[in-house]
Design a protein around this ligand. Structure first.
Ligand code: GLA
Length: 382
């Protein structure tokens, strides 16, 4: 968490609202492996990071509520009674969505003033939206003593995303952001919504994130379409979710679905298995296997599930050419955002320069390299 960001948000809040706020930090997340498995009741392996959203908030005596996005210097004033999603609302819909979903549960939210800012690049696949939703759910719960558990809060955040941002996401992002554990990744069972923390130490290797700086406009609808395919296949198999399916099951309904649908469902089944193998390899300190699983995951995401793009494929191919990188894959929903790479620590700087140059040459635009620390979840800033 950045102290500078906390200071800026607090400063802006005090200047505008002349009172002392409650301060909350809510992190973004990475995901080691297990992509598009969450809404299939499957497994994922995310971790909260040291970057995210800082929120300053207090109750207000006025009859409107205010949310100020410091990064873009945009103010949203709204009536707390049953707020509706805005067309092209962007960040506003996450805030309105959380307020509305709290009210749907019969929780009484009063008017508030708030300022927030973040240091996760938007669209990088690091879940800035889940961080924002969680920051408000957590802060409003505290401020108005709503008595919600963290599990209830993340479901509210998820519903805000479904109903106000229109993305039928799973629970991984909100879970990781809320429940993150320092220096650990969480082996998350998305059916029971419970996780087990794994201490992460890749020895002489570390994680490198490379942001393709690409965000496709249609990524939301493409995401929802994928989810529909998974649900259709589950219905045909008469199971609750693809977590319960095997390749053999899929073969039995091959005639009833298209080849594309078959490949997508197969990807989910295989990715789910990879998460289990990944967690075992961590326990056995088998770093080479971790790398192989990352490459396999990318292959599936790119050729079967079809959520990669040219820039991400290029970044993963560049990693493959470097024997100091054990594995790499696109991360998050896809169609842009970051790749996650497992790279030898002492080659980090050199490869960073190399990939920045080659990406620029190939696409005539820049990518960005960064590192993250695995950190604690949503919390009050002292
Ligand atoms: C997005 C969604 C998550 C998850 C990932 C893909 O980040 O919000 O719920 O489905 O994509 O793994």
């Amino acid at each position: 968490m950045s102290k500078k960001l906390v200071k800026e948000v607090k400063g802006s809040f005090k200047e505008q609202f002349k009172t002392k706020p409650l301060m909350v930090f809510s992190p973004g997340r990475i995901n080691l492996i297990g992509e598009h498995t969450d809404y299939n009741d499957g497994f994922a392996f995310p971790a909260a990071i040291n970057k995210g959203i800082v929120l300053a908030i207090s109750k207000s005596e006025l009859s409107v509520s205010k949310a100020y996005a410091l990064n873009n210097e945009e103010l949203c004033e709204f009536n707390i009674e049953n707020p509706k999603p805005l067309e092209d609302g962007g960040w506003r819909n996450y805030v309105l969505g959380v307020v509305a979903e709290l009210q749907k549960l019969g929780k009484e939210v009063g008017n508030f003033n708030s300022v927030f800012a973040g240091n996760i690049p938007v669209g990088a696949g690091l879940s800035s939206s889940a961080a924002l939703e969680n920051s408000f759910a957590f802060a409003l719960n505290k401020l108005f003593e709503l008595g919600l558990t963290k599990n209830e809060m993340i479901l509210i955040s998820q519903k805000a995303e479904h109903n106000y941002a229109g993305v039928k996401c799973g629970i991984m992002d909100q879970y990781a952001s809320m429940f993150g554990v320092k220096k650990s990744a969480l082996l998350l069972d998305c059916r029971t919504v419970e996780s087990q923390p794994y201490k992460i130490d890749f020895k002489e290797y570390k994680l490198m994130l490379i942001n393709s700086n690409v965000k496709h406009d249609l990524s939301e609808s493409a995401y929802n379409e994928r989810r529909e395919v998974c649900e259709k296949v589950s219905r045909l198999l008469q199971i609750d979710a693809l977590r319960d399916a095997s390749k053999e099951d899929l073969d039995k309904i091959k005639e009833e679905i298209t080849e594309e649908e078959f490949q997508k469902a197969l990807y989910v089944i295989q990715e789910n298995k990879r998460v289990k193998l990944f967690s075992e390899a961590i326990q056995e300190n088998d770093i080479n296997t971790l790398g192989k699983l990352l490459y396999q995951s990318h292959e599936g995401l790119s050729t079967k599930y079809k959520v990669s793009c040219e820039e991400l494929d290029f970044l993963v191919d560049s990693a493959k050419e470097n024997s100091n990188i054990l594995g790499a894959r696109m991360m998050g929903g896809g169609f842009g955002g970051c790749t996650i790479n497992l790279i030898l620590k002492r080659d980090f700087k050199r490869f960073e320069k190399e990939v920045l140059d080659s990406f620029q040459k190939k696409f005539g635009k820049s990518c960005a390299v960064f590192k993250v620390k695995l950190s604690k979840g949503t919390r009050i800033v002292p």
